[in-house]
Design a protein around this ligand. Structure first.
Ligand code: XMP
Length: 515
């Protein structure tokens, strides 16, 4: 196994200088998806004489280059030595630090824009067609390029949407190629990797091998407990740990009464097939009691989180000498990403509070992976496709999809409506085409008519989004015929619902969940 570490240490890599953008980790994600190993380092940590570095990317930043507190390192040690790609702030800083002008844009270009390559022979524009959708998110724009900078692509509002610097292998793009809604983003990054002469060695198999080896060393003969949620993250985490430490792993799966219809039984059955050591706990009554009358979303989240911790703690105490708590935390769960100094500011714990309370150490083997990477790892581990392709589901479950207070009756209504929607998606072969879907019970009653009777009942919203990492999402354009069928089925079959609406908001500015 030492050989593998040596192999990884010697792996050629791209360095991403982090100027503090929320999407820096996405750049890493996209490169790894292209099977190239990369590391994120603070904006001023230059590669020095590291022979394994084959290219450098400058990330975006929350700052403007005109802000006095913006990060402005001297780039002379990388320019001309490595291929360099500046993204958004990175591109503006490259231009500004060479004497160009960056100003507040007249039309702040946010969201979608269409890219038009103006130099088709440029290496970065290889195979980039006209009018591809790109995602912009900046208030500044480059208004004057320095000498030797050549525009290679524009949008309607931004002339220097992409440029190259003559005489060096340096490029800048003012759009975000790392964001999935930039259609040609992967192609642009791949073109940059071609310039870097990157070999593509980074794969799920190499991640599993190194992670299992690391877990064996880290955990030795210690006992570990893990809270399963039924979702792909905690399930993959469990299988990975099971591979590393076998019997020393105990998994706990709690029914908090906010799961999908029949999910508890179905998921427990799946886990048995995976050979995992799982205890299932029915705690529905306890959760409903604590949630009675609570309307405020954050308070509901806290009660659900604490209720979970209490149950989990009771169960964990029954086991002797547990030292570690394993969690399927992945990158989107991390509320605030690594700061540019490399220290963790604050992280989201699925079972927050528990490690300190029980004196447990945390092990989070999937922490740096995005959802689709986790799925690839799960597949590589031989897990069944239906478990791997399960839509993400929030920790507080239907608790954040029942707007207002929660009652067992409301849960019943939402579970039935949600089940019709999700089963319909499967029947119409639409389930795998959307990233996440679910029904939301709205805190409004509306007037309807059924037979000769006037009704005054609940409205249900259906939400289905396309995404790859939940950082951005678009509403799914489901066929009208499907929506129509699901709407009538819900209204006809689910007692208490007389109106169904479809959510057509994208993220940003909306979020995927309603609470
Ligand atoms: P939003 O609503 O922020 O959701 O666009 C992004 C992704 O995170 C999930 N989500 C949660 N997951 N606890 C969780 O474990 C939560 O409180 C929570 N809120 C949102 C959401 O389902 C989506 O996949």
């Amino acid at each position: 196994m030492q050989e593998i570490y040596r192999f990884i240490n010697m792996l050629e890599k791209i360095i991403i200088l982090d100027f503090g953008s929320q999407t820096t980790q996405l750049i890493a994600r996209r490169l790894r998806e292209l099977s190239v190993y990369c590391e994120i380092v603070p904006y001023n940590q230059f590669p020095g004489n590291d022979q394994s570095v084959i290219g450098v990317i400058l990330s975006g930043s929350p700052f403007s280059v005109n802000d006095s507190e913006a990060f402005k390192p001297d780039l002379s040690s990388i320019r001309g030595k490595y291929p360099v790609l500046g993204i958004c702030y990175g591109a503006q800083y490259l231009a500004w630090s060479s004497g160009g002008k960056v100003e507040k844009g007249n039309s702040r270009e946010y969201g979608r824009a269409c890219l038009i390559p103006v130099d088709r022979n440029d290496l970065l524009m290889n195979n980039i067609g006209d009018n591809a959708q790109v995602w912009m998110s900046h208030g500044d724009t480059i208004t004057a390029l320095p000498e030797h900078f050549t525009v290679i692509a524009s949008t309607a509002d931004v002339k220097a949407a992409a440029y190259r610097i003559e005489g060096e292998k340096t490029w800048g793009v003012q759009f975000h190629p790392e964001v999935y809604h930039t259609e040609i983003g992967t192609a642009v990054l791949d073109n940059f990797l071609t310039v870097c002469k990157a070999k593509k060695h980074w794969t799920p198999a190499s991640f599993i091998e190194t992670t299992v080896d690391k877990l064996k060393k880290q955990l030795g003969d210690d006992k570990v407990i893990l809270a399963l949620s039924g979702g792909v993250d905690s399930s993959v985490c469990a299988v990975l740990l099971n591979k590393a430490i076998g019997e020393n792993l105990t998994c706990i799966f709690v029914d908090n009464g906010l799961l999908r219809k029949n999910e508890f039984e179905k998921v427990l059955d799946d886990y048995k097939h995976l050979g995992l050591n799982v205890t299932g706990i029915d705690a529905k009554a306890c959760f409903y009691k604590q949630l009675a009358g609570v309307k405020e979303p954050e308070r509901k989240r806290k009660i659900i989180g604490k209720g979970f911790i209490d149950i989990f703690e009771q169960e964990a105490h029954k086991l002797k000498d547990v030292k570690w708590l394993a969690q399927g935390t992945i990158y989107p769960d991390v509320i605030e990403s690594l700061s540019i100094t490399g220290t963790v500011i604050k992280s989201h714990h699925n079972v927050g509070g528990l490690p300190e309370k029980m004196n447990l150490k945390l092990v989070e083997p999937l922490r740096l992976l995005f959802k689709d990477e986790v799925r690839k790892v799960g597949r590589e581990l031989g897990m069944k496709e239906h478990l791997i392709k399960r839509h993400p589901f929030p920790g507080p479950g239907l608790g954040v999809r029942i707007l207002g207070d929660i009652t067992p009756e409301k849960v019943r209504i939402l579970q039935d409506a949600d089940d019709i929607f999700i089963s319909g998606l499967r029947e119409w072969n639409l389930y795998d085409q959307v990233w996440q879907a679910g029904a939301i019970l709205l805190p409004v009653n509306s007037v309807g008519v059924m037979g000769d009777e006037r009704t005054y009942e609940n409205a249900v919203a259906l939400r289905a989004v396309t995404s790859t990492d939940a950082m951005t999402a678009d509403w799914a354009t489901l066929p009208y015929a499907f929506l129509s069928k699901i709407s009538s089925e819900i209204i006809n079959k689910v007692r208490g619902v007389n109106r169904v609406v479809y959510d057509i908001s994208s993220k940003p500015p909306s979020t995927i969940e309603w609470e």
